[in-house]
Ligand binder design. Sequence first.
Ligand SMILES: [Ca+2]
Length: 522
Amino acid sequence: MLRWLRGDEQQKEPEVFESVALGLKKLYKNRLRPLEDAYKFHDFHSPALDDADFDSKPMVLLVGQYSTGKTTFIRYLLEQDFPGMRIGPEPTTDCFIAIMHGDLDKATNTINEGVIPGNALVIDKTKPFRALSSFGNNFLSRLQCSQMKNQVLQSISIIDTPGILSGEKQRVNRGYDFSKVLTWMAERVDRIILLFDAHKLDISDEFHEALNAVKMYDSKIRVVLNKCDQVNTQQLMRVYGALMWSLGKVITTPEVVRVYIGSFWDQPLLYDENRILFEAERNDLFEDIQSLPRNAALRKLNDLIKRARLAKVHAYIISHLHDNMPSMFGKEKAKNKLIADLDKIFVELSNKYNTSLGDFPKVEEMRKNLKLADFTKFRGLSESMIKKVCFCALCDVCLCSGAFTVGSDNPFNNKWGEGINAGSDFDTDWIVGKKKPEYDEIFMKLSPCNGKVKGSEAKKEMVKSKLPHTALAKVWRLADHDRDGQLTEEEFALSMHLINIRLEGFELPDELPEHLVPPSQR
Ligand SMILES: [Ca+2]
């Protein structure tokens, strides 16, 4: 997959993701967390977020029966082996393996590589797996993290799962709740890839269970029908049909799951009649995986906005309860009355603050939690805290931190700060000035008269770029800014700058942008 990452475009994806993570982390700590703490949000809804919740890279979960080529598929994505990797028919991978880019060891300035066992992994604050400790020791002995240096892993992390038995009635006692772990993973990853073997398509009981564990997250699911070169076209069509039929019984969404067919390993194809199709499918799949960092960044922003809305509503509820408690006697009675009236209170607050009832938590769950709560610890409403987490405020922060791609002035927009736009920040000097001494030398050789060179002289130099004449005509029109048919020292430097932009493959505009106008003509 490295080949697909090498374009300049793709290089930016991890950066976008990192800057969003950084922006959101700040936003959470400075704005949302204080509101959550003040109204005991964590006792009622979900625990406070860790840095790892923001920093963790988008994750891809691989699920498949034994011998569907899961590990080989990962090897194919990474274009190299990973620590702790084992390939074989049955039973090889009996572990959950998180394959991640190694952390930078600051002392030695090297990337950490190797295997971290489950027990150590779940106490590592920088990794998003701490909650897994609740699945018990049997599970933790079947969990590991393989760290390595790899370009693909700079953008995504991959989770390999234990091979699932392929027999009809076969079951294995794993010593932990396999389905529950899968569901936990499915909720947190950004993509779930189900692998099937075109040569041996059967869906075992255990695989059915696995499908049931992840089907709730159907929008994340993609299917790979692997080893398609092992069958001919006619057989492949039958297998494809059978697969769609089987999947349709389990995943009952109106949208058809995307199935990628191919042979994801680097061996010669057995039947090569579908080679071109396999290649097109592979490209589609890699593009899908590549889009994950950008989508994951958006998802994290969405999740945070959702959380902020709930935190705001939660503050309204708690402060309302606080305001309606008696200051002296009859506290217990008042508390019970308030809890009983909670549904009415929700409607009242929804009208008062013009907030959708859909943003409110489930009444019954809230009642349960409130029964355990100490109402005397509640506090009144802080308008200033609320203001800080309103949707607009959040968006502003995201935009200011440069974290979110909106509008043409965003640094992560295509070509921002490159080509003709280089040097367009309002506080930078004339960008042409950087190389002007070099251009001045050429200018002097063109025997300028009264500080200007004639068109015919300048042309001799400009054609050396080998650019087509139409392009050079445009350069001339833009560079001769005062339209006197000659180029000053500054105008000549500008023409050289424009030629370089064109040579780097960027387009030239019809009008000279403000930031490129020669300083003496402003
Ligand atoms: Ca001129």
